[in-house]
Write a protein that binds this ligand. Sequence first.
Ligand code: BES
Ligand code: MN
Ligand code: ZN
Length: 509
Amino acid sequence: MKMELISQQLSALAVDLLAIAAVDDQTSKDKDAKPLPVLLTTDAAVQSAAAAVLASGEFKAGANETLLLHSPAGLAAKRLLIVGLGKRAKATPHAVRAAAGVAVRFCKPRTLRNLAFALPEGLDATTSARAAAEGALLADFDPDTYRSDRKDQGLHACTLVAAAHHLAAAQPGFEEGIIFAEAQNFARLQVNEPPNVLTPTVLGQRAAQMAQAAGLKWDVYSSEKLHELQMGAFWSVAKGSEEPPALIVLTYEPQGYDPATYSGPVLGLVGKGITFDTGGISIKPADGMEKMKYDMAGAAAMLGAMHAIARLKPRVKVICVVCSAENMPDGKAYKPGDIAISMPNGENPGKSIEIINTDAEGRLVLADGLTYARQLGCTHLIDAATLTGACVVALGMVNAGAFCNDDPTFRQFEAAMETTGEKFWRLPLGEEYFDLIRSDIADIKNTGGRWGGAVTAAEFLKVFVADTPWIHLDIAGMAWIEDSRPSIAKGPSGVAVRTIAEWVRTFNV
Ligand code: BES
Ligand code: MN
Ligand code: ZN
């Protein structure tokens, strides 16, 4: 889909569909008063084409509500689609992102090829252009890659139309929106792949390919490097599969970077890349197991974020560490009762870990990934992982879980969340939770029992970050969308890509 930003009279746009945003502008306190839909355009021809239907009260401009007019009088467009943003107070860039998505997903099943989306007047031009570009590109993604009856529903062009005096302000937002959405779609593409296609080795190849194209430094290692680094926790998971693991390291260096003089932060992005999670010897029930191909969504989120960072070029160094393996039951697989020794860190020996449940594998690969990121010089860490079912129980499929050992770092993350509109809910850490993962035989054990499972998993990771400012994102409930929504397809969501990249930008010095 070709994306364009132009300024042109709306009535002159000869497209298959022209989409216009509307708000419910009811200001009256009278609850029984009819909502007053108002189009966010000053274009007289569009206003007059829509006047009768708006006056009818049939359209209330609720969020994502649509109204279609064919052959609208006085317009060159074949169709006019009015998309509601909801109440005027809620007409934020986040509502614009959704509305642009709704317009794209309206076109696709109808095989309408050319869409023009009028950037709503009265909102900030830069942020709404970014949001609209993001929404349109994210909506263009569908997960039906492997269907032989796949219909070509692709839009050829999506044109964002700005008012003439807003074009200059809209341009940088438009360009950023494309960068963020393409990065997110890159992540979704990887998560969508079946586990026989996307093995750890293939994930490594794709990461290398992306890094090469984006101008990032990269290294992809396998079993030998795990042994060399003594990554005993990562290896215990990896050794149960015929597929070799991949340790993927991508590095972004800001312009003019000189290791001798650079004194800024070094951000470490660590991702869980389990390309299939059977549970191992503590095997999962068959029902729904096919979904466990998305257990590499944390890794995909980090690779997507690196894709965006390479193009946004913030003035901060970033290192991405992805730990990828398949969690399989096998004659060589690790077992409950085993002891794994994690990667040593400088003078400090590795931690001994009692394996209670081989299905708690994510924290094991991340333990060594976090240690390695610190060894590579990271001053701040963020990890993303489809880590626990307990997090899904706690927060459902509305918010991802977030944990942080440093309030200022979390405030930066919250600022990023506000920009991207992604939802993360901070959950607690604490000594009492750590007590649940103490082992009788080793330093720690890999599960903490039935209660507070998302927190005990986070406490496990915290052992390996020590005092480094760190954010842990548990995206188990958010990485896969169960049902299609008006603005986004079901399937891999690409959650966290935009917020992580935006968080990195808050370090821009
Ligand atoms: N990959 C799963 C977590 C998961 C669950 C992701 C549902 C997506 C949807 C993880 O490796 C896992 O199996 N966690 C266990 C931990 C338990 C054994 C302590 C879980 O949550 O049940
Ligand atoms: Mn598991
Ligand atoms: Zn897992």
